[in-house]
Design a protein around this ligand. Sequence first.
Ligand code: 5GP
Ligand code: MN
Length: 332
Amino acid sequence: MSKKLTRSETAELIKGMEGKILITTHKNPDGDAIGSSLGWYHFLKKLGKEVKIFYRDRIPYFFDFLPGARDVESGTEIKGKFDWVIITDVSDPKRTGFEEIPAEKSLVIDHHITAEPFTDYYIVEPDISSTCELSYEIMKIAEPGLIDTLVALPLYTGIVTDTGSFSYSNTSPRTHYIAAELMEKGVEPYLVYSSIFERNRINKFKLLELVLKTLEFALNGKVAHITLFRCFLVETGAYPEEAEGFINYPRSIEGVEVAVFFKELEEEGKWKISLRSKGRVDVAKVAKRLGGGGHKMAAGYEAEGELEEIKRELFKELEIALEESYYREISL
Ligand code: 5GP
Ligand code: MN
């Protein structure tokens, strides 16, 4: 049985953790995954705990400025034995990328609507912008004096990336208050911005050029989709993580309700599908029906098979979702 915790119960649980603690997050980690896990890594060390941080995949180079980034190890298998594992920003055990996590007890800290409990303890708040924002709230209850620049910088970074620099609808007044408090702990916004967004390699733009050429529309222009074939990476020398943010181009088109990004994965016949909505369609619901999850405005899933078949299946679901949103609106 999995036990749901409040913020203060989570704070107490973490303060009382004994023995070796492992921190991990989801595969292909994004800013919120990295920020929350590194934030907790520093915080727990300050609490005097023995901590190790391990991911399925390595950290993208544009997050290498974060304190502790070099302490993160990665690989397909976690060696050793742990008393606890803290898993951040993960709604589904498949998302960790590990078959097995060698820990006695487990805690999830997350903000996904579709999260289904799979650990001994969990705190999931889907209305909060990011796992970093939630982590800050818990740390403030646990031991506010320990939140220094080392803790604040990763947390601020995750908030920036998960809110699209405070622009997505998950940004609340509280998000801004917290960002201000993190700045008071020594975070410099321009350092974060320039480290993530102003160190682009030319390879990224070559990749963008190829990906944008695949732009197509479906369902009367309500859906815009782009595709990244593996051969594009070979041709341009770009890293897969350099395609982060490309989906904002199809979403930015007038009249488009849902943007889709099909990414061919390394394993033969496997695809990663990212979905973004402008608000009318709940893409978390669509992704969940197809085996994934996420948030109302940003979600994803993995699929195996022919791209044409994957598209057909998705567009069928999107057609239903768009129709539902239409009837919802006219009945208002
Ligand atoms: P992205 O498209 O940036 O990879 O992911 C957008 C959102 O969808 C993220 O918040 C992420 O948690 C969720 N998401 C993406 N892929 C998957 C998936 O395969 N499974 C689940 N459960 N959620 C996903
Ligand atoms: Mn997140």
